[in-house]
Design a protein around this ligand. Structure first.
Ligand code: MN
Length: 285
């Protein structure tokens, strides 16, 4: 299954180039009141809502995907976990390029572990990225994004994939500079997720996916997830050693070589084998 969120918080199923509006499936979600439980409500009840989406699909109205505004397919993640320098060639370029490292030594992922991005930075492809710090270099980082489906703490690598609901792609937008990663990567609109989530049953092996990011038609990043230094099971183990992972939590797995600046007006085109493709506009405000 491929599900998305679009327009005014509508829920969709993707079939080829069309989206089926199955928003009413969300009616089965429980009414919650303050204080809200941890985790994304939709993912926490995914089995039930999935059954309801499938039931409604046959009679659901359809729209061309190109005509809808794609939001982040996950509305309320508890956490956005991200992996730093998780491709060797990106580590090499980060150590070489002072425009990336700002004179500080770049540690390996084994040394620095994972970090967190503010959930308020999350948008979908249709919302675009705001790049309005004109005095600073703002880079794209295209990454495989893992969506957690089952709560877990201290998850072993062997058990890790059993906690994955599905996959999508993520842009971990970044201002280069001396500040901590969590600050430079948490500006509003600096986490783009989408265009939809492909459930894990449709993508049993995310460990060997080609992917590519173009800006204004020019290839900037092109790699394969087989080059991850810490693979998906290891990232889940490292993250959950520190904190409980909840349904809807996101893990951005790191970016390959080719990170480079974007400016307002640029059009990014992201493609992932087994997931799909989408366009993201860079705006000045
Ligand atoms: Mn990144």
């Amino acid at each position: 299954m491929r599900f998305c969120r679009f327009d005014d918080n509508r829920l969709g199923l993707i079939e080829g180039d069309t989206v089926r509006d199955v928003t009413d499936a969300a009616d089965i979600l429980p009414d919650v009141r303050w204080p809200l439980p941890h985790g994304d409500l939709f993912l926490a009840h995914f089995d039930a809502v999935r059954t309801e989406m499938e039931r409604l699909a046959a009679n659901a109205p359809t729209r061309p995907v190109k005509d809808v505004k794609l939001l982040s397919p996950i509305a309320n993640p508890d956490k956005i976990v991200a992996a730093p320098v998780n491709y060797q060639l990106h580590l090499d370029e980060a150590r070489t390029d002072t425009g990336i490292n700002f004179g500080s030594g770049v540690k390996t992922i084994a040394e620095c572990g994972v970090f967190l991005k503010a959930t308020s930075s999350l948008v979908g492809p249709g919302e675009g990225v705001v790049a309005d710090w004109s005095d600073r270099r703002i880079d794209h980082e295209l990454e495989l994004a893992v969506v957690i489906g089952r709560k877990g703490f201290r998850i072993s690598e062997d058990d890790a994939l059993g906690h994955v609901a599905g996959y999508t792609m993520g842009l971990d937008m970044t201002i280069r500079g001396t500040e901590d990663r969590s600050y430079r990567k948490s500006l509003d609109t600096f986490t783009v997720l989408g265009p939809w989530v492909v459930t894990a049953d449709e993508l049993p092996d995310a460990g060997a996916l080609d992917f590519e990011l173009k800006v204004n038609g020019e290839t900037r990043q092109k790699s394969n997830t087989r080059h991850l230094v810490f693979d998906v099971p290891k990232l889940i183990a490292v993250a959950s050693k520190a904190y409980t992972l909840h349904p809807g939590d996101i893990i951005l797995t790191g970016t390959p070589e080719g990170v480079a600046p974007v400016v307002p007006g640029d059009l990014m085109h992201a493609w992932f084998e087994g997931i799909g493709e989408t366009e993201i506009r860079v705006r000045g405000a």
